[in-house]
Design a protein around this ligand. Sequence first.
Ligand SMILES: *Cc1c(COP(=O)(O)O)cnc(C)c1O
Length: 224
Amino acid sequence: MMTLKENVQRVSSQVAQACQAASRSETSVKIIAVTKYVDSSITKKLIDAGMTDLGENRVDKFLEKKAELINEKVTWHFIGSLQRRKVKDVINEIDYFHALDSISLATEIEKRALKPVKCFLQVNISREGSKHGFLVEELAEVLPQLAKLEKITIVGLMTMAPFEAEKETIQTIFEETETLRKTIQSQAWPNMPMTELSMGMSQDYPLAIAAGATYVRIGTAFFK
Ligand SMILES: *Cc1c(COP(=O)(O)O)cnc(C)c1O
């Protein structure tokens, strides 16, 4: 069992190594420490160890934690799927939303947000039925609808690789996501800067960084 601080150092240096291997600057990848497994006091230790960006996936636990850590300077990422009826509770409390996966959810955000929300479009590149996210072929219809919304800024794409897959399969999924990001970026929708790519978890973040991830969402690796 390593200390939390040692784990932060290990993950940070592995992220730096993956950047170097991909000839990318270390500042081009941000670590989101996923704190859904731990309470506020352990989350506070992660902040003290240098983590600035935190990820949560449950509305109630997120709100509780944010309140308990009110004096900390944190960039909050909501990374889980969000039910429409909970949008109003959470959407003005976060800095980034990583799981925009339907037009009805986007419409609800449009209604409830006080200012534009930085969102990642979640895409289901692996095509697993269990996964959330838009299929690539749905986007031609979806993007023009999202482009009409004033409270939605699409900063990039988010995807999840299958839990059990060959390295090559995961690599291909991440590379396809980066290609799709560039394609949408080149379409130059006014509310879609599309500069970011949220992909890579404890199991696969070096592969995600190699393929162009700008945000990696890491939980388990900090807590073992
Ligand atoms: C839990 C979670 C993570 C972190 O996964 P680990 O395998 O613990 O690193 C990343 N992204 C999402 C959407 C999650 O729900």
